[in-house]
Design a protein around this ligand. Structure first.
Ligand SMILES: Cc1cc2nc3c(=O)[nH]c(=O)nc-3n(C[C@H](O)[C@H](O)[C@H](O)COP(=O)(O)O)c2cc1C
Length: 239
């Protein structure tokens, strides 16, 4: 069995895409990866809508732009946004980045991503784990896309508020009753335009892991049996 840590740890969110389409075979593999995700009691409540139609993607992008724009404008008014980008020294560049953020354009990338996969969960089949199941499927989608050389981004913002979720459902003709489907996100996928050399920094394990009980940060010493070989490499038994 192959170790997929290299795939996992080299993935990063991609939001700028070339216009080239994603080949059918790749779409199939991405969806195949999604359906193999773990799911509570094997309910498999996920449903996926593959959206390539430009008109629908434009409407999704507009929805994302308006929602994100109003949120970020509020942060801008509170000064958080300026703090976040204060490291950019060139004032012209900083102003452009800030405009890109508070205008909401930062979130409008469904327009240029050749493939959008909306991820929705059926609420009718009795699963109590829908958001968790769908999250597992989304991670599989991102990892499979990355392993195929594609880039992608998990997007929750435009369906975060119930009002916007209804608008999103209307775009894709998803039944509107609250009890039918929950849309938890869409994934934008395509060929990366940006060349981010490194994934975003992540907290080191030392800050995240306790050993045996909460608060214990010291890693227990391995027993001698795990450290010593006898006579030759790999030989665990004493002769
Ligand atoms: C639950 C969830 C919701 C997210 N929603 C959005 C979103 O609405 N818009 C967006 O641009 N990125 C979104 N992302 C992507 C995160 O911003 C991204 O994963 C994070 O900044 C870490 O960067 P990385 O994926 O490159 O490691 C979301 C990710 C997760 C897991």
């Amino acid at each position: 069995m192959g170790d997929i840590l290299e795939v996992i740890s080299s993935r990063k969110s991609i939001r700028r895409f070339k216009t080239d389409p994603v080949p059918e075979q790749m779409i199939y593999k991405i969806l195949e990866a999604a359906r193999w995700a773990p799911t509570g009691e094997n309910y498999q409540p996920w449903r996926f809508i593959v959206v390539r139609n430009q008109e629908a993607r434009n409407r999704i992008a507009d929805l994302a732009k308006v929602g994100s724009g109003s949120r970020m404008t509020a942060w801008y008014c509170l000064g958080h946004m300026q703090e976040r980008f204060e490291k950019i020294e060139d004032p012209v560049k900083r102003a452009e980045v800030l405009r890109f953020m508070y205008s909401g354009e930062v979130s409008a990338f469904a327009r240029v991503a050749p493939l959008v996969i909306a991820v929705l969960g059926s609420l009718r089949i009795g699963s109590v784990d829908v958001p968790y199941d769908l999250s597992a499927a989304i991670e599989n989608i991102l990892l499979e896309a990355h392993s195929l050389g594609l880039g992608g981004c998990w997007v929750h913002g435009p369906v975060a508020s119930s009002r916007d979720a209804v608008k999103f459902k209307k775009i894709l003709n998803i039944p509107l009753e609250m009890s039918a489907y929950k849309v938890i996100a869409y994934v934008a996928i395509g060929w990366a335009l940006e060349q981010r050399r490194h994934p975003r920094p992540k907290l080191p394990l030392e800050e995240l892991v306790y050993w045996e009980e909460y608060g214990k940060t010291t890693r227990p010493k391995l027993p001698l049996d795990d450290l010593v070989y006898y006579e030759k490499y790999g030989e665990k038994e004493k002769r």
